[in-house]
Ligand binder design. Sequence first.
Ligand SMILES: *Cc1c(COP(=O)(O)O)cnc(C)c1O
Length: 412
Amino acid sequence: MAPIRSRAAVAPIRRRPEAVRAPLMLPGVSELVAADRPAEPMHCLRPATLAAAARRFVGGFAGDVLYAVKCNPEPAVLRALWAGGVRHFDCASAAEVRLVRQMFPRAQIHFMHPVKSRPAIREAYERHAVRDFVLDSAEELEKILQETGGAADLGLVVRLAMPKGGAVYDLSGKFGAPLEEAVALLRAARPHAVRLGLSFHVGSQCLDPAAYRRALALAGEAIRGAGVPVEVIDVGGGFPVAYPDVTPPPLGDYFAAIREGFAALGLPGARLWAEPGRALVAAGTSVVVQVEARRGDVLYVNDGVYGSLSDAGAPGFRFPARMIRPEGGASDTLRPFAFFGPTCDSADFMRGPFLLPGDIREGDWIEIGQLGAYGGCLRTAFNGFDRARMAEVRDQPLLETPGHAEEVAAAA
Ligand SMILES: *Cc1c(COP(=O)(O)O)cnc(C)c1O
């Protein structure tokens, strides 16, 4: 069993903050596997894909694009997004704020967790020039005002709760003020804010563009109810990507719904923000695992739900997969397989199905795609399986999302 390391077991790539290597100079995934025969999971990062997704979003969205750092805080990922034009970052902890500030002295950092620790607020304001803070309660407003010493340059964003919607991950249960409270909070925050905003999150992997239009209409009710001017409307994250059984509407449909919903509010002086996570980074990383045993249609692989495949477990996301057998000669017939991960916990199970050659066997490698979002960053040290390697590669993603493909092709 591998020795247990504490954090950052994924070998980091160190480089100048803004430098991203030309994709053609990078190796391909299959070459790397043939040369290195990795016996630990290998995260394969696609800088060109990440930069293209960033360019697409920044170019198409009619406002500021705040990358939600929690989705993938890997420095090489942040560098590629910066290269693609992202200049704003949605951070949710002191550690995320520190990381972004250390990498990008000129970045605009927004502290978008509705329940923050007092030292985190202080550090963000005093040491990292963070001015925008989100809140969803009177207590949090009080906390922010106390810890910033009644500063005269605060941006305060009230998070509005959403009714349960059509997203795969509903986020309405934990954060957000119900309409009446949001109205009161907008009024209470107004005198303390140079920039007052209203934000929401429709839920992650939202498959219905109209959810943003409905959320904006609710935001309009809150603003009219409060009767105070608002400078920022933050539509949050939730923008989806493709998975093997899900093809979402094109990103452009979401941008159009938001443009319409925003125009209907009649707030000519206000600015739009978005906080995409998944849509910027999902296609940008795959993970290569090795088969350690086959029992019928179940493969025992060396990464699992306590590693980078958390969403393939209980949440039941399906991911694209392909076999890599350097010596060649695989069966043409694809069959459905389920995976067990490497830990001794029977919950370390991924039902898939993952479609792979029927003759797959011990020693073969499998590349699993769309794992750039909520993948590697969820890796734990449970049972001694925290180790993974990382490589930057030139490959295209395993799966294209509508509206992303043309820019990726142009970038590669
Ligand atoms: C997680 C999160 C995001 C990113 O959500 P995606 O669904 O990955 O786009 C954005 N904003 C907030 C406040 C979040 O908690």
